[in-house]
Design a binder for this molecule. Structure first.
Ligand code: SF4
Ligand code: SF4
Length: 661
């Protein structure tokens, strides 16, 4: 009788599980298409390392290992539970017999490890209560209790004598299958969603923004838009992201906006959208602000299907969209590979392209670009003047000419006085190594990276097309940049706009650091400067976006610097605060750059090396705002300037305009 009852219970639990999972699958499949089938070999490797090996989860020592133990324990239990099902519910002998009997010992060991893992997680969540774990829901407590019960009933079945063992076995099956039926409704859906989310993450061209066909007018009646402002506008990958979040708060800890007291919190952004997708009230502080705005504007969603309800200033406070520096910290920190930024940038696109709701400071930048051809509004004549001042080293490419390397000077290197120094240093270094280079001169227009991430797709696409036409007029092997934002768009985003017939980008995109590090490796430097301690600040767009970490460090050392690693460096580096268009607006204090500058001051290094003109400008300002800066000033230098100085210190040919030595 008991066997029959347990059997029926299990069938019921499986039916509920199947029904709930099919609902989730339908929700994910309802999203816009997105291709994620490239690089199958790498995806298999991710399955083994991130899913089975829990490599990202284990980055956090205590909680990470506790989670990993529970996960591995569940895998082991899935085998043991099936065996138990066979023995108790179906009345068979089970399959963990003979040589497979050893599996039982492994599962037993995992049962104890699971209990240890549950204890650690409970202590952390309910006793230690770290600031990034603010959702101390009853759900988490129940789930930890159920997991412990699954382990305890298994141990009871194994060690209790006679009939008691059988009752523990039935108890184990009931608890395990109850948990299975419960999982799809809870945040523990990540047990099912996370493996898919990790394996199906964006691999190629990390953070290349989606192609947007501006000639195809969206049909609003069909729920179409250029950007996104409803769940129906999201891609299936975004929807899977929402179902996968485990509310661990790692993204919150990595976020410079949150660290400096802004309203944006990437964890709340995802959790609030997740609650909304479930038809529940989003719990985050930013969502409360969004709701207030919605009510104050007289908005109503009465009768509007969930998928068509507005997100901005209903679920997501519009202010938070612009506070994001696009640093990618949240995405890289997430143990289940959620991509906050793609959603956030598509919400921005909607505000700019579909609504025309543009912050005045951004509107000024857009207008400057339209009228003067640069974001500052200086005017075309300024770059012509700079080219003139660069002298003979400004070797302008002739139409149809063939050469080895095109140095893309960029609008910073042409318009900004401080960055013109970097341009000079770069030209001197290229000359020293006798590179066959050219520049395009005053015909270059801004690469458009900032416009794209500020939501102005139209301006980005116009600039991309102009630049690609220019690039098509000459022939070269490598396009070299001194700005990581240019690197990102030329190397990735422009791929969607190359003219038919090119068959992809006909050149490699390299940073000046990659190019020069290679030259230094081959030829060495003629001298070294006595630079003393030099701290290096990783740019988000070289580091997290493109994995370029080592070349800058190698050059600092080759140039004579004693490299100092900042407390947060490489993948964990802290943003300067400029990205995503934030350079162009007055930031609410305390500023992101102050937070980073304090860390730089702490390092005690008198020189800071950077590889991005945005970082240069932000951190120069941030450092000046630090207490003690007057007594202990820190000089900010582009990495290539340190190389030029080392060459000049040997009296080699970098004479002329450099003069740092
Ligand atoms: S990209 Fe950076 S600033 Fe934006 S939400 Fe993520 S961590 Fe925060
Ligand atoms: S988005 Fe990722 S890092 Fe952030 S709370 Fe969710 S699971 Fe954790």
């Amino acid at each position: 009788m008991i066997r029959l009852l347990v059997g029926l219970y299990i069938v019921g639990a499986l039916a509920i599980f199947a029904h709930l999972v099919s609902d989730k699958v339908a929700f994910v499949r309802g999203g816009k298409p997105e291709r994620r089938s490239d690089q199958p070999g790498r995806r298999v490797a991710i399955f083994f390392s991130e899913v089975l090996g829990q490599s990202k989860v284990r980055r956090r020592l205590t909680a990470g290992w506790a989670h990993a133990l529970v996960f591995w324990g569940f895998l082991a239990f899935s085998v043991a539970t099936l065996d138990l099902l066979w023995r108790l519910a179906a009345g068979g002998d089970g399959f963990l017999q003979g040589p497979l009997g050893a599996v039982t010992a492994i599962v037993t060991a995992f049962a104890f490890l699971i209990l240890l893992g549950v204890l650690v997680l409970a202590l952390r969540r309910y006793v230690l209560r770290p600031p990034y774990l603010t959702y101390h829901s009853i759900e988490s407590a129940v789930v930890l209790g159920v997991i412990a019960l699954i382990a305890l009933t298994y141990l009871g079945e194994r060690y209790a004598a006679g009939q008691a063992s059988t009752y523990f076995g039935y108890g184990h099956l009931v608890v395990a299958f109850t948990f299975l039926a419960y999982v799809p409704t809870s945040k523990h859906f990540h047990i099912l969603g996370a493996p898919f989310n990790s394996v199906l993450q964006q691999l190629e061209d990390r953070q290349k923004m989606d192609f947007l066909d501006l000639e195809a007018e969206p049909d609003e009646a069909k729920g179409e838009a250029y950007g996104a402002n409803t769940l129906d506008h999201f891609a299936w990958t975004d929807r899977l992201d929402l179902l996968t979040c485990i509310e661990c708060g790692r993204c919150q800890e990595a976020c410079p906006a949150h660290a400096t007291g802004k309203l944006l919190n990437p964890r709340d952004f995802i959790v609030d959208l997740k609650y909304h997708a479930k038809g529940m009230t989003p719990p985050g502080a930013q969502a409360a602000v969004a709701r207030e705005t919605f009510v104050a504007s007289g908005g109503s969603v009465e009768g509007v299907p969930l998928g068509r309800q507005p997100l901005v200033d209903h679920v997501v406070a519009s202010r938070t969209l612009w506070e994001c520096t696009t640093c990618l910290g949240c995405v890289m920190a997430c143990p289940v590979d959620i991509d906050h930024m793609s959603m956030l940038l598509n919400l921005r696109r909607y505000q700019v392209l579909d609504v025309g709701d543009i912050e005045p400071e951004y509107q000024r930048v857009f207008t400057n670009m339209e009228r003067a051809g640069d974001p500052w509004g200086y005017g075309e004549h300024r770059k012509t003047e700079t080219i003139g001042k660069l002298g003979d080293r400004a070797r302008i490419a002739e139409p149809g000419e063939r050469f080895e390397l095109l140095f893309w000077v960029g609008c910073w290197g042409l318009y900004d006085d401080r960055s013109v120094e970097t341009t000079r240093a770069t030209l001197a270094v290229l000359d020293h190594f006798e590179v066959d280079y050219r520049i395009l001169g005053d015909t270059e227009v801004c690469c458009g990276e900032n416009y794209r991430r500020m939501g102005n797709e139209l301006q980005f696409q116009m600039n991309a097309q102009t630049n690609l036409e220019l690039l098509g007029g000459v022939s070269f092997d490598r396009l070299m940049v001194t700005n990581p934002h240019c690197h990102q768009v030329f190397g990735k985003d422009y791929k969607d706009f190359v003219p038919e017939g090119w068959g992809g980008l006909p050149f490699e995109v390299v940073s000046v650091e990659e190019e020069v590090a290679r030259l230094v490796r081959w030829h060495g430097l003629p001298g070294r400067s006595e630079l003393g301690k030099v701290a290096y600040h990783d740019s988000c767009f070289y580091g997290r976006y493109n994995g370029i970490y080592e070349e800058q460090r190698a050059l600092v050392q080759a140039g004579g610097g004693e490299l100092v690693e900042l407390r947060r460096s490489r993948e964990q580096a802290f943003c300067c605060g400029a990205g995503g268009g934030n350079f162009w607006r007055e930031e609410k204090e305390p500023r992101v750059s102050w937070n980073r500058a304090a860390e730089i001051m702490e390092s005690g290094a008198p020189t800071l090396a950077v590889s991005c003109p945005f970082c240069m400008a932000m951190l120069e300002d941030g450092l000046k705002a630090q207490e003690g800066f007057m007594e202990r000033p820190v000089q900010v230098r582009h990495v290539v300037e340190l190389v030029a100085q080392a060459i000049a210190s040997a009296g080699a040919d970098t004479t002329g305009p450099l003069g740092h030595g």
